[in-house]
Design a protein around this ligand. Structure first.
Ligand code: NAD
Length: 286
């Protein structure tokens, strides 16, 4: 393996340190910061993420409440819970976990979240503001990719970036963030012919497909930076990314690990967004 390891550990620690500072200001003002997570899926990697969020909020000192709905919940049921949490002044951040029950659109369902509490940037309003270059919380995973690149000194301005995956949770917002940083961005998806020919053009390759081992050495230009967003659970319960780390590590210039890469940063980013939302609510109220 020759690729530099683009670990998320230190990046996450820095984001948590910033979150701690804001949290201390909130505590001094008598505010207990609270994150509400709404889950309506039996997906294993979603469960893994919620467990890690619970642990991370507890360590930092943020209250965390999880509302578990059925994986076959109706749109109105999910929206009602989101509206109640939005109206609850004790809740500062709301994260709607994906995947959602079949037939529900994330951006539409998440539009029941008060934009000020939309700490995972899921609603149509937050996504639209991101597209328009207006201030908004970006989806935490997409922001985490940029934080990871920044921390490791990977500039994207003027460079070719290729994103594999076009979900509203990761692919599209990460492409938008890269574009806002002046990268030339190509988005690939399941209908892209000759994927390897496109990904080989990338200086920076971001992979969020949910397909273990999709990206091999053949997909990567020597020296390119590869960010693996995939979190796939294996039969033995461990996590694996979308990138075949053994072969890609031998050609890439840098590679983010799974676990220990984007996932760690995502969790920390969501904590930072939550305390930021609480702090803004406090300033608005004073
Ligand atoms: P999704 O299923 O909504 O979207 C997957 C995307 O990948 C689609 O746009 C699809 O067209 C594309 N795709 C699928 N197979 C492909 C192929 N063979 N070639 C090219 N494109 C292909 O998934 P998602 O919610 O965007 O998540 C993607 C991955 O990222 C999953 O593994 C998920 O668990 C992970 N994830 C990680 C984090 C984190 O914090 N690390 C957060 C969210 C999602």
């Amino acid at each position: 393996v020759t690729a530099a390891l683009l670990s998320g550990r230190e990046v996450a620690a820095r984001l948590r340190a910033r979150a701690s500072e804001v949290l201390a200001e909130c505590a001094a003002a008598g505010i207990t910061v609270r994150l509400a997570i709404v889950v309506a899926t039996a997906d294993e990697s979603a469960a893994w993420y919620v467990r890690s969020l619970r642990a991370a909020t507890a360590r930092l000192g943020i209250e965390c409440e999880v509302t578990e709905l059925s994986p076959s919940a109706m749109a109105t049921e999910v929206s009602t819970v989101l509206e109640e949490l939005s109206a609850n002044a004790l809740v500062h951040g709301i994260a709607l976990q994906t995947p959602l029950p079949a037939g529900l659109s994330l951006a539409q369902t998440a539009s029941a979240i008060d934009p000020a509490k939309d700490v995972d940037g899921s609603s149509a309003l937050s996504l639209g503001r991101l597209l328009a270059g207006l201030p908004a919380f970006a989806p935490a995973t997409a922001q985490a990719v940029l934080e990871l690149l920044d921390f490791h000194g990977v500039g994207v301005s003027g460079r070719r970036a290729v994103v594999v995956g076009r979900s509203v949770v990761v692919g599209k917002p990460v492409a938008q963030l890269l574009l806002a940083r002046d990268a030339t961005v190509t988005v690939c998806h399941s209908r892209t012919p000759e994927l390897a020919a496109v990904t080989r053009e990338a200086d920076v390759l971001v992979v969020a497909a949910g397909r273990p081992g999709l990206i091999t050495a053949d997909h990567v230009r020597p020296g390119a930076v590869v960010i693996d967003v995939g979190t796939n659970t294996t039969d033995d319960g461990s996590l694996t990314g979308d990138v075949d780390a053994a072969s890609v590590g031998a050609v890439a210039g840098g590679l983010s690990p799974v676990p220990g890469g984007v996932g760690l940063v995502t969790t920390a980013q969501l904590l930072l967004n939550t305390v930021t939302a609480a702090s803004r609510a406090r300033l608005l109220a004073s």
